[in-house]
Design a protein around this ligand. Sequence first.
Ligand SMILES: [Zn+2]
Length: 471
Amino acid sequence: MAVIQFFTLLVQSILWNALQELEQSGFAWGALLFAALRQWQFWAVAGVLLLLFALCCRLRKRSQEVDSSSDEESSSSDREQVEEEAEEEDNSDSEDDLGRFFQEHIRWPVQNLARDCQVVKDLIDSYILVFRQLLSNSFSPVLEPAIKVGSAFEGWSPREEDIIYRLLVPLKPPHGHAFHLELGNRGETPARNFRVRVELVCTCRTEQLAGEMPCFLHHPEEELRRDQGPSLLRTLCTGSYLDVQKTARWFYQLVQAAWVVLPQSSTWRLTTLPSRRSCKFRVTEGNNKTHVIEMMFGVQQGNSDIFVSSQNTEALFTPSTTWPESYAVAEAKFFRHMAGQVPHDSFHLRCLQAYARILVGIGFSTYTLKTVVMHLLNTIPLSGWRRRHFVLRMDDIMRYLRRCLEEKRLDHFFLGNERVPEEIILPPDFQTAEPLNLFQHLVQDPDAHAEAMREYRDLQERLMRLLISGR
Ligand SMILES: [Zn+2]
């Protein structure tokens, strides 16, 4: 039964914490007393919770007894059958009680994500349409419809005040240009870094047919200067490579210039926010509701769900011509795919949301926990993610993380993973690629590993606190 499993987990965690403290302090009697006293507080809370549960279960059973005994007209054989069924249901009901308890007990952020996501998406769609109008006669990158990515659109944003709506705007080469992705050396981070080389291509043949703009390669420069705008190489590139920061600045100009044309601008306010590698801004609706939006830009790898993008890397310094590989589109697609497969009361997003919240201030990135959850979603039967399994899955996530820390190995979800659902389109080299270890830094740095283990214990305590106190 889930109630018992929950308390087993609680007790396990408390004993484990006490043992850890004893190990660290060299098993002195003073430390034993201290550890016991500290854990005693947990026990007290756990005891109270246990009593509450027992009371709830008993009350529930009594109310069922009253219901059935008041029904004098039902025959005895009918009643026997009903009682048997009730007993069967009782087990799953009490499990569901536990799920419902946590749904109500934990202070989940108050969000109206579905509505707000739609508002943001509509705004960005109108923006892209206006951008296209503004850019129709230039050699700027061609903007494709924005793709919703990140925690807000995936549905697990941890706190109302932190929500950032992220969208990736795919860039296509303008007329007379081609993009070539060049894989660079591994930098400080495990992610693969690319550069986007911009090449001018001959358009003489198509020009003759269309009778339009002259070819960048084969027309005299003077004529080009007179008849058309500069090539992309002269505007948003450094050398032959597309420059992330120049592109970001260009985007900021577009966002401001196009704002006045948007219908929303009559009652809403636009405030740009600083960012070197993306375009970040806040819009305030007429009713003072605000949305922080970040537009990133990317170039698609073939026809796959993998992009190279302008998103920030964890490295201290990222050259402006570096475009790290981004899995954000594939991840969003994975969560959408899962949403269509899981039971209606699935709590997989709640699990991720709970972890994202207790992670604040701890060294583990939400990306680490997201990767763990994606691996588990892909392996645990989907019927096991219902509300009633909440505590079990939270515990699975912890155990998985602990095993990864002990082995100093957490595989990237997409690179080298043969079990990625086939709905997600990966570049051909992905399945044959070496799995990418997101914990590689722990292999090389024993201090970082010790620190990560400490943080793990911290996280475990926070999880207990969340389950007990609900916040
Ligand atoms: Zn030509």
